[in-house]
Design a protein. Sequence first.
Length: 168
Amino acid sequence: MLRDSLRIPHVSTGDLLRAAVKAGTPLGLQAKAVMDAGNLVSDDIVLGMLEERVAQDDARAGFILDGYPRNASQVEALDAILGELDTPLDAVVALDADHDVLMERMKKRAEVEGRSDDTPEAIAKRLDVYAKETAPLLDIYQKRGLLKTFNGVGAVDEIQATIVAELG
Ligand code: AMP
Protein backbone atom coordinates (compact mmCIF):
# COMPACT_ATOMS: atom_id res chain seq x y z
CA MET A 1 0.00 0.00 0.00
CA LEU A 2 2.82 2.40 0.84
CA ARG A 3 4.53 1.57 -2.43
CA ASP A 4 1.43 2.57 -4.34
CA SER A 5 0.85 5.79 -2.39
CA LEU A 6 4.48 6.90 -2.39
CA ARG A 7 5.18 5.60 -5.91
CA ILE A 8 8.56 4.15 -5.07
CA PRO A 9 9.52 0.47 -5.02
CA HIS A 10 9.19 -1.73 -1.95
CA VAL A 11 12.54 -3.39 -1.29
CA SER A 12 12.20 -6.21 1.23
CA THR A 13 15.35 -8.10 2.15
CA GLY A 14 13.14 -11.03 3.23
CA ASP A 15 11.54 -11.09 -0.24
CA LEU A 16 14.97 -10.91 -1.92
CA LEU A 17 16.15 -13.84 0.19
CA ARG A 18 12.98 -15.88 -0.45
CA ALA A 19 13.38 -15.28 -4.20
CA ALA A 20 16.97 -16.56 -4.01
CA VAL A 21 15.80 -19.63 -2.07
CA LYS A 22 13.08 -20.29 -4.64
CA ALA A 23 15.51 -19.86 -7.53
CA GLY A 24 17.86 -22.32 -5.83
CA THR A 25 20.90 -20.04 -6.14
CA PRO A 26 23.95 -21.01 -4.04
CA LEU A 27 23.34 -18.05 -1.71
CA GLY A 28 19.66 -18.96 -1.45
CA LEU A 29 20.49 -22.52 -0.49
CA GLN A 30 22.92 -21.24 2.11
CA ALA A 31 20.33 -18.81 3.52
CA LYS A 32 17.40 -21.23 3.71
CA ALA A 33 18.38 -23.17 6.82
CA VAL A 34 19.25 -19.96 8.65
CA MET A 35 15.90 -18.39 7.74
CA ASP A 36 13.93 -21.49 8.67
CA ALA A 37 15.52 -21.41 12.12
CA GLY A 38 14.53 -17.75 12.56
CA ASN A 39 18.10 -16.48 12.66
CA LEU A 40 19.62 -13.60 10.73
CA VAL A 41 21.27 -14.43 7.43
CA SER A 42 24.88 -13.25 7.23
CA ASP A 43 25.37 -9.54 6.74
CA ASP A 44 27.47 -10.09 3.59
CA ILE A 45 24.81 -12.12 1.79
CA VAL A 46 22.01 -9.66 2.57
CA LEU A 47 24.14 -6.64 1.73
CA GLY A 48 25.12 -8.06 -1.66
CA MET A 49 21.47 -8.63 -2.60
CA LEU A 50 20.42 -5.23 -1.33
CA GLU A 51 23.15 -3.37 -3.20
CA GLU A 52 22.20 -5.09 -6.40
CA ARG A 53 18.50 -4.28 -5.95
CA VAL A 54 18.82 -0.58 -5.07
CA ALA A 55 21.20 -0.01 -7.99
CA GLN A 56 18.33 -0.78 -10.39
CA ASP A 57 16.71 2.05 -12.33
CA ASP A 58 13.32 1.97 -10.62
CA ALA A 59 14.95 2.72 -7.25
CA ARG A 60 16.55 5.94 -8.45
CA ALA A 61 13.83 8.19 -7.08
CA GLY A 62 13.89 6.40 -3.73
CA PHE A 63 12.65 3.18 -2.18
CA ILE A 64 10.92 1.78 0.88
CA LEU A 65 13.29 -0.51 2.68
CA ASP A 66 11.57 -3.30 4.60
CA GLY A 67 13.41 -5.62 6.96
CA TYR A 68 16.74 -3.82 6.82
CA PRO A 69 18.75 -2.85 8.86
CA ARG A 70 18.30 -5.54 11.49
CA ASN A 71 21.53 -5.12 13.49
CA ALA A 72 24.12 -2.44 14.23
CA SER A 73 26.51 -3.41 11.46
CA GLN A 74 23.67 -3.17 8.92
CA VAL A 75 23.04 0.40 10.07
CA GLU A 76 26.61 1.24 9.04
CA ALA A 77 26.26 -0.67 5.78
CA LEU A 78 23.05 1.22 4.97
CA ASP A 79 24.74 4.55 5.68
CA ALA A 80 27.46 3.55 3.22
CA ILE A 81 24.98 2.47 0.52
CA LEU A 82 22.96 5.67 0.84
CA GLY A 83 26.16 7.74 0.79
CA GLU A 84 27.21 5.96 -2.36
CA LEU A 85 23.80 6.61 -3.96
CA ASP A 86 23.87 10.18 -2.66
CA THR A 87 20.37 9.63 -1.23
CA PRO A 88 19.44 10.70 2.30
CA LEU A 89 17.41 8.53 4.65
CA ASP A 90 14.13 10.47 5.00
CA ALA A 91 12.44 8.56 7.79
CA VAL A 92 12.42 5.35 9.77
CA VAL A 93 8.94 3.93 10.26
CA ALA A 94 8.35 1.75 13.30
CA LEU A 95 5.05 -0.08 13.72
CA ASP A 96 4.16 -0.89 17.32
CA ALA A 97 2.31 -4.09 18.20
CA ASP A 98 2.22 -6.24 21.30
CA HIS A 99 3.98 -9.58 21.40
CA ASP A 100 0.65 -11.47 21.60
CA VAL A 101 -0.74 -9.66 18.56
CA LEU A 102 2.38 -10.55 16.57
CA MET A 103 2.16 -14.20 17.59
CA GLU A 104 -1.47 -14.34 16.46
CA ARG A 105 -0.70 -12.69 13.12
CA MET A 106 2.19 -14.99 12.34
CA LYS A 107 0.13 -18.04 13.26
CA LYS A 108 -2.54 -16.86 10.83
CA ARG A 109 0.05 -16.12 8.15
CA ALA A 110 1.41 -19.65 8.53
CA GLU A 111 -2.04 -20.97 7.61
CA VAL A 112 -2.48 -18.62 4.65
CA GLU A 113 1.03 -18.33 3.17
CA GLY A 114 2.72 -21.43 4.54
CA ARG A 115 6.04 -19.64 5.10
CA SER A 116 8.54 -22.22 6.27
CA ASP A 117 9.82 -19.86 8.99
CA ASP A 118 6.40 -19.40 10.58
CA THR A 119 6.72 -22.44 12.82
CA PRO A 120 6.22 -21.71 16.56
CA GLU A 121 9.97 -22.24 17.21
CA ALA A 122 11.13 -19.99 14.37
CA ILE A 123 8.60 -17.29 15.32
CA ALA A 124 9.85 -17.29 18.92
CA LYS A 125 13.45 -17.12 17.68
CA ARG A 126 12.70 -14.23 15.32
CA LEU A 127 11.04 -12.21 18.08
CA ASP A 128 14.00 -12.95 20.33
CA VAL A 129 16.49 -11.82 17.67
CA TYR A 130 14.38 -8.71 17.08
CA ALA A 131 14.45 -7.80 20.79
CA LYS A 132 18.21 -8.36 21.10
CA GLU A 133 19.57 -7.10 17.79
CA THR A 134 17.00 -4.96 16.04
CA ALA A 135 15.04 -3.10 18.74
CA PRO A 136 18.19 -1.24 19.93
CA LEU A 137 18.43 0.37 16.48
CA LEU A 138 15.31 2.43 17.24
CA ASP A 139 17.39 4.47 19.64
CA ILE A 140 20.02 5.18 16.97
CA TYR A 141 17.42 6.56 14.58
CA GLN A 142 15.60 8.38 17.38
CA LYS A 143 18.85 10.23 18.11
CA ARG A 144 19.18 11.10 14.44
CA GLY A 145 15.67 12.57 14.55
CA LEU A 146 14.40 10.14 11.90
CA LEU A 147 12.24 7.76 13.91
CA LYS A 148 8.48 7.89 13.41
CA THR A 149 6.51 5.40 15.47
CA PHE A 150 2.97 4.37 14.60
CA ASN A 151 0.38 2.20 16.23
CA GLY A 152 0.56 -1.02 14.23
CA VAL A 153 -2.70 -2.47 15.55
CA GLY A 154 -6.03 -1.61 13.95
CA ALA A 155 -7.47 -1.08 10.50
CA VAL A 156 -4.71 -1.44 7.91
CA ASP A 157 -6.04 1.34 5.65
CA GLU A 158 -6.21 3.79 8.57
CA ILE A 159 -2.67 2.98 9.66
CA GLN A 160 -1.46 3.37 6.10
CA ALA A 161 -3.22 6.75 5.74
CA THR A 162 -1.63 7.98 8.97
CA ILE A 163 1.83 6.96 7.77
CA VAL A 164 1.40 8.58 4.37
CA ALA A 165 0.09 11.81 5.96
CA GLU A 166 3.07 11.91 8.33
CA LEU A 167 5.65 11.14 5.66
CA GLY A 168 4.12 13.75 3.39
P1 AMP B 1 11.27 -11.01 6.78
O1 AMP B 1 10.60 -11.35 5.49
O2 AMP B 1 11.74 -9.59 6.84
O3 AMP B 1 10.45 -11.42 7.96
O4 AMP B 1 12.61 -11.89 6.84
C1 AMP B 1 12.54 -13.30 6.87
C2 AMP B 1 13.91 -13.86 7.23
O5 AMP B 1 14.88 -13.47 6.24
C3 AMP B 1 14.49 -13.35 8.56
O6 AMP B 1 14.01 -14.07 9.67
C4 AMP B 1 15.98 -13.58 8.32
O7 AMP B 1 16.32 -14.94 8.42
C5 AMP B 1 16.13 -13.17 6.86
N1 AMP B 1 16.38 -11.73 6.73
C6 AMP B 1 15.56 -10.78 6.17
N2 AMP B 1 16.13 -9.57 6.23
C7 AMP B 1 17.35 -9.75 6.83
C8 AMP B 1 18.40 -8.88 7.19
N3 AMP B 1 18.32 -7.55 6.98
N4 AMP B 1 19.50 -9.43 7.78
C9 AMP B 1 19.58 -10.75 8.02
N5 AMP B 1 18.62 -11.62 7.72
C10 AMP B 1 17.50 -11.14 7.13
